[in-house]
Design a protein around this ligand. Structure first.
Ligand SMILES: *Cc1c(COP(=O)(O)O)cnc(C)c1O
Length: 381
């Protein structure tokens, strides 16, 4: 049997939506993006959402909204995807790497206090693997020091912590709809906030800095008897990026959002199945303290001391695995920002990601569990 690591859950709903966009023959930034943004606001429970073409773009723009002075410091967890820290460098700011919590792999509140100094302006917690950072502790801590909070929700679309959706706890929430993530638009991302004034200018920044998008201009000329000689007119006041989401992606996103709750439920069910299957293993332990209620976990991870042997064993059995992630200061680009992150440098070596996606069959899950148990028994002798 071959079991892949991730698989987007795509069907007729997405195809029908794409057909509609083809019929209208408007594939770029347009009404579908607006519709998806509105649907996202309703689902997450926030005032403003802005669709972009990746989670990386979302983080880059979100951080730019505050116009922090060049060289200010931003606190980021040591274990995350590179885009979290790239957003800091792309804004001419300095990343300060914070150690992670031993049990959750998320940013450590204790180490935040140690790494904080007066030059820090913001913190970007990442809900690692989909496991929520304790935002009821982090947000008051950050506010008391005047820090802005940007949530990196690339791993937890739709998840909630203490009854409140992730992405609505901080000043801005950023999501990724990359094809492997909890829901997808092929590539895509979303910036959301309850502070409309704060993020509204990003509508221009995501569209190369133009103050009126093409669709708005088209609307302005239609249904009007008065010939608007200025319909073509736009101004650029600020340097922007080509970061917009397009209607084709948004139409897929609308279908995905409709089934996000179903997909979250199925992922939780699979994790429960895995946890039950490996509960007697001596050497392969759950990677995170999975709390499945209201969850949206992107990763099912285990911790194995003999990691490389385990990966090889699973590969020989046809089961794909992954490693999320090597601490960022181990990358050449971030070496000069290296700091005390002992927990991150120890625990990342034990993390292995196993197959998790809604269409994983019970038979496949059983097979993966059998392969894990086989390895666990080999290690015993
Ligand atoms: C995937 C990911 C991103 C970037 O999202 P893209 O849509 O791939 O650009 C950012 N942060 C984290 C933690 C991620 O896993």
């Amino acid at each position: 049997m071959e079991v892949r690591l991730f698989k987007p859950c795509l069907g007729n709903e997405e195809l029908e939506n794409i057909k509609e966009v083809f019929k209208r023959a408007w594939l770029g930034l347009g009404p579908k993006v607006k519709e998806f943004e509105n649907a996202w606001c309703d689902y997450i429970g926030c005032k403003e959402s802005i669709g972009v073409n990746s989670g990386s773009a979302a983080l880059h723009l979100a951080l730019s909204a505050f116009k922090f002075p060049k060289g200010a410091k931003v606190l980021v967890p040591a274990i995350t995807f590179v885009s979290t820290a790239h957003a800091v460098l792309l804004n001419n700011l300095i990343p300060v790497f914070v150690d992670v919590d031993e049990s959750t792999g998320g940013i450590s509140i204790q180490d935040l206090e140690k790494k904080y100094d007066r030059n820090c302006v913001a913190v970007i917690p990442v809900h690692f693997g989909g496991h929520p950072v304790p935002m009821d502790e982090l947000v008051p801590w950050a506010k008391s020091r005047g820090l802005k909070v940007i949530e990196d929700c690339a791993h937890c679309a739709g998840g909630a912590y203490k009854g409140k959706k992730l992405g609505t706890w901080g000043d801005i929430g950023c999501f990724s709809f990359e094809e492997k993530k909890c829901m997808t638009t092929g590539d895509g991302g979303m910036i959301c906030s309850n502070d409309t004034d704060l993020i509204a200018p990003l509508r221009h920044t995501r569209w190369v800095g133009i103050n009126k998008d093409t669709w708005d201009r088209l609307q302005a000329t239609q249904g009007s008897d008065i010939i608007d000689a200025y319909h073509w007119y736009y101004e650029v006041k600020e340097l922007g990026y080509k970061y917009n989401m397009n209607d084709l992606a948004a139409s897929i996103g609308l279908a995905q959002l409709n089934k996000l709750d179903q997909m979250r439920k199925r992922r939780a069910e699979i994790i429960r199945h895995y946890l039950d299957g490996i509960k007697n293993c001596q050497h392969v332990k759950p990677g995170l303290p999975y709390k499945l209620k209201d969850s949206s976990y992107w990763l099912f991870m285990v911790r194995v001391k003999e990691r490389d042997r385990f990966i090889l064993h699973m590969m020989k059995r046809g089961v794909s695995t992954g490693v999320h992630y090597m601490p960022l200061t181990m990358h050449p680009l971030y070496q000069k920002y290296d700091t005390e992150i002992p927990v991150a440098k120890r625990i990342w070596r034990e993390f292995v990601t196993l197959p998790l996606f809604p269409e994983l069959s019970d038979e496949q899950i059983e097979y993966v569990i059998e392969c894990i148990k086989e390895f666990d028994n080999q290690i015993k002798v």
